[in-house]
Design a protein around this ligand. Structure first.
Ligand code: 26Q
Length: 821
């Protein structure tokens, strides 16, 4: 039985032109002469999409037929970046498309810019999910990504007097050519109501859930093209709709307006991405989002991806649900509910199956970032799930009691239910108990999980804990973002590196080749020129490509220490303006910041304002601005990263040791030939080990040192008192130098540093300045610098997300890529 599939359009210029005009006429309903740029973009997107369509259908069919074990990645976020660029790279159609469009008088590069990137994530965790689905497709792993189709993604950031203002990201407004809605596959999800026990036909006591209200999940499919391997996997994002019951209400009660209003209520569930990425607010709607997408996804997998009549006792042979942080953990009691309540499983059998089907990835070390949900809320929204969680906990704690000889302190510490400050469900504990594996995202992070955050659990189940160091996709972050470097690499070692990044090692000898280094510097210079035009056009920012490009881009958080970077800038400003340092002796630099703050995170927003205010004064100063400039383009996102990362000389990875789980920006910079100035934190540790100490600027307290300082009682003011240069920098801010003479403006920032400084900015200040001096000396020798930069590229192949996927397959999923066919 073969499914008849339409053939792809001809991959030639003529074939492309024909398909393009057809799209313009038949789908956009317009003609070339009258098409707007948006029409032109939409027709282009649909044209490229058509080249992927038969591969997509084929992949779907062969995945279903093989019934091989699949990876179902459950993530509340996917920070995808622009789709057109990626599809062109994956299909290899870039040149054909460019020529075809040119023959119609259109410019491919101009049309790329029209696309609004789907920003369905906050930062690292969401981008990681996007890299992982790319790698799974490229490696021909049977996989599906599940998530939420937020109508509004991460907010757009704008500055008003240097202060962050958030605007809605209405990314769907100009049309969504990459998605396929499937309302015919809608799934009903219950909420609220109550549970009841009853006796079934076999005389067994059973429980069932009678939800109080329902919503529908409509799946939207997105193509996830593998890199030139003929495979296209699926990303399935759920959108909330009101149930048809609402329609009935209209007839039954005649209250038309009220019925329509309650429809809005249901549809709010997938309305907006929560922009907090570290201090979850415990909002009811957020829990609704989590249960909504997880319930839809599990139901979809069972009903759509398994053959009819499949025996769910064998589910672990067919799927592993990977939990991207705790956000989807409610899936654990949901699968238990399906097995026990709906399928009549014995509890113990259901628990066996469930534990084997789930694995959990933790992405944090900050205690305040660990999700907990009030029992009251869970009980109100998901009464049956709460009962199941309680039973899971009872049976688990009985085991703890038994194995610990009744250590009640230990039992209380390990309980999934916390009693203080209010009774709540500890989602990380539920994930740890409910799955077969727990992994951290870098070696140091996994070690700290075992030793600190989840120490009791690691002692209880040592084999459950493992590490998978994060990675990034070389397709988007090298091939697409850095065509210049990609060309140079391919010329030297062939193009196998794109799917086998370890082969970058073959570049190592070329680090000693003066001609190669010269060409490498040429590429870097061209990338800087590209950035100059980009920032000029996008933000009206002028930067000098002849300066060292020093970049710190990531979410704004105190633990990441943007303030440390800023104190360096202020110190340089102080030294030049005080005559302490001749401008001529300063290495000219452009310091680029990019960062969004969670809208409710007051201190983070103050820091953004301070950066902008310092930047304004620095950039306006006649002497200082000749050697130092600060650029802070608003609304940092994946698209900005693609232009910024390839241009960078210096990558700032300066979190307090023991706080950044991994970081992935650090990997993108190293792969694009920037040198890192960084602490011994997250994946920095592994980057430094691989690229070599001499090609990495290490500074600062180590994690054990920082812990010891905290233990002994950290007193930041002592650093202020004893370090003249630090005192001068803080005094400049405190006296209002960067706020029109009004010292009160940034008082909160300064006084917090002096009195609390939770992340030890002041303790690491001097070490950071010293490291920056080492940077300056190194940069003064372009040959030595580019040698180090080439070695960073050559030795960073480990940080491909393809390698991360191999590690998950071996250590967590026990699944394999499909072999040909
Ligand atoms: C949770 C509940 C309610 C609302 C929001 C959230 C929420 C949302 C997003 C909590 C956390 C996040 C995102 C976390 C994140 O991005 N963590 C980063 O993950 C990267 C990938 O593993 C790591 O490289 C970073 O070190 C880590 O900070």
């Amino acid at each position: 039985e073969t499914t008849p599939l339409i053939t792809s359009p001809e991959p030639t210029v003529e074939g492309f032109v024909r398909e393009y005009l057809r799209e313009l006429n038949f789908s956009q309903g317009t003609i070339l002469e009258r098409a707007t740029t948006n029409d032109q973009y939409l027709a282009l997107a649909r044209t490229v999409r058509h080249y992927l369509m038969s591969r997509w259908m084929q992949t779907t069919v062969s995945q279903y037929r093989s019934q091989a074990k699949a990876v179902a990645y459950l993530s509340a976020e996917y920070l995808l970046g622009r789709q057109l660029d990626n599809a062109l790279i994956a299909t290899g159609l870039e040149e054909v498309a460019a020529e075809a469009l040119a023959s119609l008088g259109l410019d491919l590069d101009e049309l790329r810019e029209v696309e609004v990137e789907p920003g369905l994530g906050n930062g690292g965790l969401g981008r990681l999910a996007a890299c992982f689905v790319d790698s799974l497709a490229t490696m021909s792993v049977p996989a599906i990504g599940y998530g939420i189709r937020y109508e509004y993604g991460i907010f757009r950031q704008r500055f008003d007097d240097g202060r962050q203002v958030e605007e809605p990201d209405n990314w769907l407004d100009n049309g969504a050519p990459w998605e396929f809605a499937h309302p015919e596959h809608e799934v009903a999800v219950g909420f609220g109501g109550r549970t009841e026990t009853y006796t079934d036909d076999d005389g067994r006591e059973r429980t069932r859930w009678l939800p109080g209200w329902q919503v529908l999940g409509v799946p939207y499919n997105y193509m996830v093209p593998g890199y030139r391997n003929g495979r296209v996997n699926t990303l399935r994002l759920w959108s909330a709709r009101a149930t048809h019951a609402f329609d009935l209400k209209i007839f039954n009660y005649g209250d038309y307006a009220e019925a329509v209003r309650s429809q809005t209520f249901a549809e709010n569930i997938s309305k907006v991405l929560y922009p907090e990425d570290s201090t979850p607010q415990g909002k009811e709607l957020r829990l609704q989002q989590q249960y909504f997408f997880v319930a839809c996804s599990i139901r979809d997998f069972i009903d759509q991806l398994l053959p009819p009549g499949f025996d769910l006792h064998d589910l672990p042979d067919r799927v592993v649900f990977q939990l991207n942080d705790t956000h989807p953990v409610i899936a654990v009691p949901e699968l238990m509910r399906i097995l026990v309540d709906e399928r009549g499983f014995e509890w113990d059998d259901a628990w066996q199956v469930t534990q084997r089907c789930f694995a959990y990835t933790c992405h944090t070390l900050l205690p305040e970032a660990l999700e907990v949900w009030p029992v009251e809320l869970v009980g109100r929204l998901l009464p049956r799930h709460l009962e199941i969680v309680y039973r899971i906990n009872d049976e688990f704690l009985a085991q703890v009691r038994e194995r610990s000889g009744g250590d009640e302190l230990l039992v209380r510490r390990m309980s999934i239910i916390a009693e203080h400050p209010e009774r709540s469900v500890r989602m990380a504990y539920l994930a740890t108990v409910g799955g077969s594996k727990v992994n951290g995202v870098a070696e140091l992070h996994s070690q700290l999980l075992r030793d600190k955050v989840l120490a009791d659990f690691a002692a209880f189940w040592p084999e459950k804990f493992t590490n998978v160091t994060n990675g990034v996709t070389p397709r988007r972050f090298v091939k697409l973002a850095n065509p210049g470097l990609s060309g140079l690499i391919t010329e030297a070692i062939g193009d196998g590196w794109v799917t086998d990044l370890d082969r970058l090692r073959e570049l190592e000898p070329l680090a000693d080749d003066a001609e190669f280094r010269r060409r490498f510097r040429e590429v870097k210079a061209a990338n800087k020129d590209r950035l100059v035009s980009f920032l000029a056009a996008r933000d009206g920012i002028a930067i000098d490509p002849a300066t060292m490009l020093d970049v710190m881009v990531k979410r704004l958080h105190e633990y990441k220490r943007q303030l440390l970077k800023l104190l360096h800038v202020v110190t340089l400003y102080d030294r030049i303006t005080s005559g302490d340092l001749a401008a001529a002796d300063v290495t000219p630099r452009t310091v680029v910041f990019g960062a969004k703050a969670a809208p409710g995170y007051v201190m983070a927003k103050e820091i953004i304002a301070l950066i902008n205010h310092v930047g304004a004064v620095v950039n306006a100063h006649p002497d200082v601005s000749r050697v130092l400039r600060v650029a802070f383009p608003a609304n940092y996102n994946v698209t900005v990263a693609e232009t910024l990362v390839p241009a960078a000389d210096l990558s700032e990875q300066i979190s307090l040791a023991g706080k950044e789980a991994s970081g992935t920006g650090n990997m993108k910079f190293a792969l694009n030939g920037a040198l890192t100035i960084g602490t011994d934190d997250g994946a920095n540790v592994e980057i430094r080990r691989l690229v070599g100490d001499e090609n990495f600027f290490l500074f600062g307290l180590t994690e054990p040192e920082a812990s010891a300082v905290a233990e002994a009682g950290y007193r930041p003011a002592s650093y202020y008192e004893e370090n003249v240069s630090l005192r001068r920098a803080l005094d400049l801010i405190a006296r209002g130098t960067f706020s029109g003479g009004d010292g009160s403006v940034f008082e909160r920032v300064v006084s917090n540093l002096l009195s609390e400084d939770r992340f030890m900015v002041l303790a690491d200040y001097q070490a950071y300045l010293d490291a920056q001096e080492r940077v300056e000396r190194a940069y003064a020798d372009p040959d030595a610098w580019s040698r180090s930069a080439v070695l960073n590229v050559a030795r960073s192949g480990f940080f491909s997300s393809d390698r991360s996927m191999r590690d998950y397959l071996d250590r967590v999923w026990h699944a394999a890529p499909l072999t040909a066919g």
